[in-house]
Design a protein around this ligand. Structure first.
Ligand code: ATP
Length: 459
C-alpha cells in the first residue's frame, strides 16, 4: 500500500522538507515554504532536469526570462481573453469549486474514464446534473450557474495605478521563451530542430488550490519549447512522449505509478494536433504530472501578429522562411517533488519496529552522506571527515542521540549512506558505512572512504 497524504505531510513538516507559509501569523492559505531538506531536494530535481535537457543536449538552450512582462504578451498568448476556470458555488454551504474538477473527482471516484477537460460551461453544468453530483462539503445539490474566472494575478508597475501600468505575474514560463525565440536563434546560431528550456516561478489564482503542494497559486515550472519543421512535428511529439516517460523512471518514479493519457480530439485546443498528459497515481486519484502539448505555430504566429515583428525562421538550405511548430513538455517542480515523496515512501519492519525509509536515488537525496560519531570523543574526527567529504557530497554531521534513532532519522529523510566513527576508529583507522536500503554495514579504511563512496555514487 502506498503512503497516505497525512504520512507525507507530517514527514515533510517534521523533518524540515515543507512548512506552512507565514505559519506564525496563522498561515496564508495554500502557501508553502521549503525547509532545509526541501530546498535541497528541489534543487536536485531541477539540476537533474537541467543536466539532461540542457547541458547534455547540444540543441537545447537555457533561458531565465523576467516574471513581469509587457501586458501585450498575455493578450497575444490568449491568456487575457481565455485563461479562465469555470467557477461554481454551492448555495447551501457557500463553498466555491472548479466545476471541471468536481466532475473529474466524481469520475475518479467512480472509476470512470470520462473526461472533464475541454467542456464548455453549459456542457459542464449538464454533466453535473446528469450524474447528480453533490457538493463535496455539505452533500447538497444546490449549485449556482457557472461563471468563468481569469487566473492571472494582476499588479501595477511603478507609482501610478492606471491601465498603462498594469502587469501580470506570469501564469507560465513558456511565453518568455516565445518572445525570445529570435534572440536565441540568432545569438546561438541554432538550427531547427532546437529547443529552449526554462525553470522558474509561475502564478495562477487557482479557484480551489488543494492537496498540499499539488495545486498551489505560486509554483515552479520546468518547460521546454521545442521548435521543429511542421512536417516533422508529430514524429518529434512521439519522441518527446518516450523521452519524458523515461526521464521520470530515471529520476526514480516507480513505473506502476505513472501512465500516459492521450487527450481525445474534443479536449484539444483548436491549434493543437496532440496532447498527452503523464499522470501520477496520487492518493486522491490519477493527476496530471507532466503536460506534453503539440502547439503548432499558434504562439509564434500570435506574437508575430500582435508585435508586428517577423518571427519566422530562415532555412538557409531550402532558402525559405517559415514559422516552426512547437512541442511543449511542461512539468511542475512542486508536483514532481510530491510525486517523488509518494513514490519513494516505504515502510518495513526491523526487530519488530516500524522503519520508514525514503528510497530516493543517490542523486536526489537531500543529504547524501550522514556522518555520525558514537561518543563525544570522536566528534573531532567526524568533523574533519565532514569537512573533507563536503567537497563532493551534501553531508550532515549528526553527533548526538542514540545511534539507532539517528539511523532511523536518516532513513526517513532518504540519506543513502551513513558513515559512523566509532570506538575502534582511532586504532584501526576504519569507519562503518551503512547502506540505507539494505542496512548492510561495511568497515572501510579512512584512506579508502573517498574511493568507496565514489563507487557507491556511480550510476
Ligand atoms: P491542471 O489541469 O492540473 O490545472 P494544467 O493543465 O492547467 O494543470 P499546465 O498549464 O499544462 O497545467 O501546466 C504544466 C504543469 O505545471 C502541470 O502538468 C503541473 O505539473 C504544473 N502545474 C500547473 N498548475 C499548477 C498548480 N496550480 N500548482 C502546481 N503545479 C501546477
Amino acid at each position: 500500500m502506498g503512503a497516505s497524504f497525512t504520512q507525507i505531510t507530517s514527514l515533510a513538516k517534521r523533518r524540515g522538507f515543507i512548512f506552512q507559509g507565514s505559519e506564525i501569523y496563522g498561515g496564508l492559505a495554500n502557501t508553502w515554504d521549503y525547509g532545509p531538506l526541501g530546498v535541497e531536494l528541489k534543487n536536485n530535481i531541477k539540476n537533474f532536469w537541467w543536466k539532461k535537457f540542457v547541458q547534455k543536449r547540444s540543441n537545447i538552450f537555457g533561458l531565465d526570462s523576467a516574471i513581469l512582462m509587457n501586458a501585450k504578451v498575455w493578450e497575444a498568448s490568449g491568456h487575457v481573453g481565455g485563461f479562465s476556470d469555470p467557477l461554481i458555488d454551492c448555495r447551501s454551504c457557500k463553498n466555491r469549486f472548479r466545476a471541471d474538477k468536481l466532475l473529474a473527482d466524481y469520475y475518479n471516484k467512480e472509476d470512470m474514464a470520462e473526461i472533464s477537460e475541454g467542456l464548455d460551461a453549459h456542457e459542464l453544468l449538464a454533466k453535473l446534473s446528469d450524474y447528480q453530483i453533490k457538493c463535496p462539503i455539505c452533500g447538497k445539490r444546490d449549485f449556482t450557474e457557472i461563471r468563468t474566472f481569469n487566473l492571472m494575478f494582476q499588479t501595477h508597475q511603478g507609482v501610478t495605478q492606471d491601465s498603462q501600468s498594469l502587469v501580470y505575474l506570469r501564469p507560465e514560463t513558456a511565453q518568455g521563451i516565445f518572445v525570445n525565440f529570435k534572440n536565441i536563434y540568432h545569438s546561438s546560431r541554432a538550427k531547427i530542430p532546437f529547443g529552449v528550456a526554462q525553470i522558474g516561478k509561475a502564478f495562477r489564482n487557482e479557484i480551489s488550490p488543494s492537496n498540499f503542494i499539488f495545486r498551489t497559486r505560486e509554483f515552479e515550472q520546468m518547460e521546454i519549447e521545442y521548435f521543429c519543421h511542421p512536417d516533422n512535428s508529430l514524429s518529434e511529439f512521439k519522441i518527446w512522449q518516450k523521452t519524458c516517460y523515461q526521464w521520470l523512471l530515471d529520476i526514480g518514479i516507480r513505473p506502476e505509478l505513472i501512465k500516459l493519457r492521450e487527450h481525445e480530439a474534443k479536449e484539444l485546443s483548436h491549434y493543437s494536433q496532440a496532447t498527452t498528459d503523464i499522470e501520477f497515481a496520487f492518493p486522491f486519484g490519477w493527476g496530471e504530472l507532466w503536460g506534453l502539448a503539440h502547439r503548432g505555430d499558434y504562439d509564434l504566429s500570435q506574437h508575430q501578429k500582435v508585435s508586428g515583428k517577423d518571427l519566422r525562421y530562415f532555412d538557409a538550405l531550402a532558402n525559405k522562411h517559415y514559422l516552426p511548430h512547437v512541442i511543449e513538455p511542461s512539468l511542475g517542480v512542486d508536483r514532481l517533488l510530491l510525486a517523488l515523496l509518494f513514490s519513494a515512501y516505504h515502510e518495513d519492519e526491523v526487530d519488530g519496529e516500524k522503519r520508514t525509509v525514503l528510497k530516493l536515488s543517490n542523486r536526489l537525496a537531500p543529504i547524501q552522506v550522514g556522518i555520525l560519531s558514537l561518543t563525544k570523543k570522536q566528534i573531532l574526527v567526524a568533523q574533519k571527515l565532514a569537512d573533507k567529504l563536503s567537497d563532493d557530497y551534501m553531508v550532515d554531521l549528526d553527533v548526538s542521540g542514540s545511534i539507532g534513532k539517528r539511523y532511523r532519522r536518516h532513513d526517513e529523510i532518504g540519506t543513502p549512506y551513513c558513515v559512523t566513527v566509532d570506538f575502534e576508529t582511532e586504532q584501526d583507522q576504519q569507519v562503518t558505512v551503512r547502506h540505507r536500503d539494505t542496512m548492510e554495514q561495511k568497515r572501510v579504511g579512512l584512506d579508502q572512504l573517498g574511493v568507496y563512496l565514489e563507487e557507491c555514487f556511480k550510476e
